[in-house]
Write a protein that binds this ligand. Structure first.
Ligand code: BGP
Length: 472
C-alpha cells in the first residue's frame, strides 16, 4: 500500500555485499587445498573453470580495501571447505586456516562485519569419494565437525553465520551433490535424502554455534523466488500455493518449524521420495531454530496449473535449472508484465517486498538478504568505468522494497548486494557479471585481473553514507 509515512533505514542496518569462495577465490589447487565438486565438474568448454576465478586469494587485501572505500558495513563470504579440510574431514590444512584468519582480520581492521557461509555449493570431493557425500548420514557428523572447527577458530571475530547456501537449489543439482547416475527420479529421491541430512546437520551446527560462539547468530541462506499465479483462475492460485510449499517453503518449514509441510510430505510420499527420518531427527531440528532467515532474491516466476493427462503423469519431471514443470501441479510461464535480464530472470522488486512480508508473517524471524543483484554482459570502456545504470536501477528498486517492507513492521538485519566484485557466475562463467567492481579478465583470457570501480560502486558508497536516504 502507499503510505504517508516511510521510516528511514535503522542506524544499525548492515549494508553489505557478498561473494562465495569457489566463484571468487581461484587458487583452486594451491597451498594444500583439496578438490571440491566444482573443481571436478564436467565443464562446458565455452565457459571458464574455477581455477583462477577473480584471484581473490591473491588480491584479498586490495579487495577489502575497496570494500572499506565503499563504506561496506558487512561482507558475506564463504569458506572453501576443502581449503580447510582438503578431504572434507580428517587432516586440517594450516595454510587454508591461515588464509581465512588473514581475510577476517583484514575485515575487522576495516570495520566491516564478517558474515560467513559455512557451505556454499563447493562440497569436498573427498567426502563423495569416501562415502557418497550428503546422501550418507556420515555427512551430518562431518559437516558439524567442520562447522564446529570454524566456530572455534573464527568465532571470536565472526558473529554472523550461514549454514547452507541455497539448499533448495543444491538438492536439485545432481553434480553439486556428487551424484553419478542419470536416472532423474532417483537423483531427485537422493536429493531429498540429502536435503534431510542437511537439515539435521544445520540444526546440529546451530546448536554448536550457540554453544561455542559468544553472541553468535546463525541462519540458513535459502533461495526464494516470489511465485505468482499466472492468472486469476482459481486453479492457478492453487498451483501457486502448491509450488510455494514444495519449492520455496519446504526447507524453511523444516529449519524453523521443525516440520515437513503437508503438501511437501504428500508430494514426497506420492513419488516414493520420502527420506528416512530417524528417531530424534525432528526433535533436534525443532530444538535448534535459526536466529534469522537469510535469503537470496533475484526474480519472481509465474505458475499455471498443469493438469495430468495420458502423456503427463504424476511424478514426471521437466528439469531445467529447477523443476520447471510438474504434471498435476504447476508449470512456470512467462510474466508479460515484467522485463527480464539477458538470461530471462524476470526483474521484480515488488516480488521482493512480497517475499519479505510472507517470510516475516510465516516465521517471525528477522531477515537478512544474503544476495540480490543484476547479472549483465559488460566490457571495460576507454575511461575504465563501467556505467552500469541498469544495475543501479535494479538495486535501488529492490532496496526500496526492503524499506517498504520494514515500514510495515518486517524486521531486518541487513542486505547484501551480489556480488562485490565480478566473479564467476554459477552457470554462465565470467560473461555474466554482477560486481560493483569490474575485474579485468574475460572468459578465457586472464588479462591483468585489475580492479576498476563501476558507477554502481560510487552509487552504493553514497547510499551507505546517507544510510539509504536516497532510496525513494
Ligand atoms: C545464487 C548463488 C550464487 C550466484 C547467484 C547468481 O544462486 O547462491 O552463488 O551464482 O545465484 O546466479 P548465477 O551466477 O547463475 O547468475
Amino acid at each position: 500500500m502507499e503510505t504517508k509515512i516511510i521510516n528511514p533505514f535503522p542506524d544499525n542496518f548492515l549494508w553489505g555485499s557478498a561473494t562465495s569462495a569457489f566463484q571468487c577465490e581461484g587458487a583452486a589447487k594451491e597451498d594444500g587445498k583439496g578438490l571440491s565438486v566444482m573443481d571436478v565438474r564436467k565443464q562446458d568448454p565455452a565457459i571458464c573453470n574455477y581455477d583462477v576465478a577473480s584471484d581473490h586469494y591473491h588480491h584479498f587485501k586490495e579487495d577489502v580495501a575497496l570494500m572499506k572505500e565503499c563504506g561496506l558495513k558487512a561482507y558475506r563470504f564463504s569458506f572453501a571447505w576443502a581449503r580447510i579440510f582438503p578431504k572434507g574431514n580428517g587432516a586440517i590444512n594450516p595454510q587454508g586456516v591461515q588464509f581465512y584468519n588473514e581475510l577476517i582480520d583484514e575485515l575487522v581492521k576495516a570495520d566491516i562485519t564478517p558474515i560467513a557461509t559455512i557451505y556454499h555449493f563447493e562440497y569436498p570431493q573427498g567426502l563423495i569419494d569416501q562415502y557418497g557425500g550428503w546422501i550418507d548420514r556420515q555427512s551430518i557428523d562431518d559437516y558439524v565437525n567442520y562447522a564446529s572447527f570454524l566456530f572455534k577458530t573464527y568465532g571470536d571475530r565472526v558473529k554472523y553465520w550461514l549454514t547452507v547456501n541455497e539448499q533448495d537449489h543444491v538438492v536439485h543439482m545432481p553434480f553439486r551433490l556428487g551424484l553419478k547416475g542419470n536416472d532423474q527420479h532417483e537423483n531427485e529421491r537422493l536429493g531429498f535424502l540429502a536435503n534431510h541430512h542437511m537439515c539435521v546437520a544445520a540444526a546440529k551446527a546451530t546448536k554448536a554455534c550457540h554453544e561455542i560462539v559468544k553472541d553468535g547468530k546463525i541462519g540458513p541462506a535459502v533461495c526464494f523466488d516470489m511465485l505468482y499465479p499466472a492468472s486469476n483462475r482459481p486453479a492457478d492460485a492453487l498451483a501457486c500455493q502448491d509450488a510455494m510449499d514444495i519449492r520455496n517453503y519446504y526447507v524453511l518449514d523444516i529449519n524453523v518449524k521443525g516440520e515437513y509441510n503437508g503438501t511437501f510430505k504428500r508430494y514426497l510420499e506420492d513419488r516414493d521420495m520420502m527420506p528416512e527420518i530417524q528417531e530424534g531427527d525432528m526433535e533436534i531440528i525443532k530444538a535448534n531454530k535459526p536466529d534469522f532467515i537469510g535469503f537470496n532474491y533475484y526474480a519472481s516466476k509465474s505458475v499455471a496449473a498443469y493438469p495430468c493427462d495420458e502423456d503427463h503423469k504424476i511424478g514426471d519431471l521437466v528439469i531445467k535449472l529447477l523443476p520447471a514443470e510438474e504434471p498435476g501441479i504447476y508449470k512456470v510461464v512467462k510474466n508479460e508484465n515484467l522485463n527480464a535480464t539477458l538470461w530471462g530472470w524476470e526483474i521484480d522488486d515488488i516480488g521482493l517486498e512480497c517475499v519479505c512480508r510472507l517470510l516475516w508473517d510465516r516465521y517471525r524471524l528477522p531477515l537478512m538478504i544474503t544476495e540480490n543483484g543484476f547479472g549483465n554482459k559488460e566490457t571495460l570502456p576507454e575511461d575504465k568505468m563501467v556505467k552500469d545504470d541498469d544495475r543501479i536501477d535494479y538495486l535501488t528498486r529492490h532496496l526500496l522494497a526492503v524499506k517498504k517492507a520494514m515500514n510495515v513492521g518486517v524486521e531486518f538485519i541487513g542486505y547484501c548486494t551480489w556480488s562485490f566484485m565480478d566473479i564467476i557466475s554459477g552457470h554462465s562463467g565470467f560473461s555474466k557479471r554482477y560486481g560493483l567492481v569490474y575485474v579485468n579478465r574475460d572468459e578465457h583470457d586472464l588479462k591483468d585481473m585489475c580492479r576498476y570501480k563501476k558507477k554502481s560502486f560510487y552509487w552504493y558508497k553514497d547510499t551507505i553514507a546517507c544510510n539509504g536516504e536516497n532510496i525513494k
